[in-house]
Design a protein around this ligand. Sequence first.
Ligand code: XIL
Length: 450
Amino acid sequence: MRRTHAILSVLTAGALAAAAVLTLSPSANAATTLGSAASAKGKYFGTAAAAYKFSDSVYTGLLDREFTMVTPENEMKWDATEPSQNSFSYSSADTIVNRAKANGQRVRGHALAWHSQQPGWASSLSGTALRNAMVNHITNVATHYKGQLYAWDVVNEAFSDNGDGSRRSSNLQQTGNDWIEVAFKTARAADSTAKLCYNDYNTDGVNAKSTAIYNMVKDFLARGVPIDCVGFQSHINSASPLPSDYQANLQRFADLGVEVQITELDIAGSGTTQANTYANVVKACLAVTKCTGITVWGIRDSDSWRSGDTPLLFDNSGNPKAAYNSVISAFGATTSPSTSVSPSASTSSPPNTGGGCTATFSNNAWTGGFVTTVTVKAGSTALSGWKVGITLPSGAAITNSWSTTASGSSGAVTFSNVSYNGSVAAGASTSFGFQGTGSAPSGTASCTAS
Ligand code: XIL
């Protein structure tokens, strides 16, 4: 979706036929991001995203380039969206949703009903008052995002880890065993288009907890309780290693008729061991037709809720790790040497000091294609908009761009800011990028304030 959308937004009609071929039959070189490698196999590749990091251009550069699905990491939780009872606050979550939509990315909503991250007023409620508050919460939040989300985690982590398949004891559970199906029915009544998911952890293999969830889903389907998908968080570490029956477990849920999604993937470790485990997760999803996609729980290791585990695909500086390359390969795509572990090996342009801003760019190039990342830096005066000029070599054509609007696809191209990155404080930077076929640009980029 994101590729097609972006391609349509930047290409001239003349180049459209070539781009369509690229989209429908991706060659090895076209699949050079997590999102495009997954798309080539009909899957999405997502990440958790945090709105407060959107001023970090390394973060947004990777978010925009690599991912086709976005999950707000905390911004849609009960404490964030309803800080006081019946008073709703959507600004941070809206920032993520609107930014994703502008980039052609889809969004997974997370999470409507959960024992954790409840606002103080809800965590002290019980009985009918809490049940009514939960229903009101779901109705309001799901209505606010009606028609805008790919899926909702309607209920999160409702089963216990004690090995007997029982429900977790929580204030929501104490309102009655039917709270989960009430949550799903309420979500469906508010939004008939989002897929409704049950999401949990330590459910990655066949065990008492996953079997209890399996039985619940089977029962819901038999009784017509709306449920469309099951999310497997897949937080993998030495205490919770990737089970050998991971794929078989995904498949048994898929065989019930629901979609399965890997929703919060992170894998503690480093190097080849970590890379191989990531590849095994991708292979399992690929082997299960109803596994529609994988979401990692953050972008760089430093963005992780468990940063000490270095569990993600990019290092603290935003460089792709070995695990990044193994994910691309597991999707059957080719990692070009230039997008592999060390982007610092790439070429860079000298800065051009123009009217109020400077633009520099770096290329990751391979035979027949390239990705160019451009940094726009404000001078001593803040920018409220900018334009960057880059001349592409003869025969080169842009096939995809992000965080910019391009005036054309070949020759001298002017790149303008989009709504969310036109304002740049004095001395601060923002970035955008584009992908193309042919040779990468060289020389200097011009930058003017607009
Ligand atoms: C985590 C976030 O990553 C943290 O920033 C926050 O402090 C706590 O929650 N299971 C879930 C996610 O469903 O919502 C959790 O996210 C991680 C575990």
